[in-house]
Design a protein around this ligand. Structure first.
Ligand code: FES
Length: 75
């Protein structure tokens, strides 16, 4: 799977997408972004959703992905 798109959940931060992707509007009618790298907000604080704008640092968003893949937020 050399061409697989990679999603990485960063500790205390966004989801990084690397690889060819398309992000569609909620109704699927239109492509919002087509690219090869993006950071998606998962703290809920971004003023530029669905993208990360760095607000997670200001609001001290905490989340950790354990080696088993469990996501622990707010600890
Ligand atoms: S994860 Fe960065 S602003 Fe939400």
């Amino acid at each position: 799977m050399a061409d697989a798109t990679k999603l990485a959940l960063l500790d205390n931060g966004p989801i990084i997408i690397e690889g060819t992707f398309k992000i569609y509007m909620a109704d699927g009618s239109e492509v919002m972004l087509e690219g090869t790298k993006a950071a998606l907000c998962r703290c809920g604080g971004s003023s530029n959703k669905p993208f990360c704008d760095g607000t997670h640092k200001k609001i001290a968003f905490t989340t950790v992905v354990t080696p088993s893949g469990e996501v622990k937020e707010g600890e």
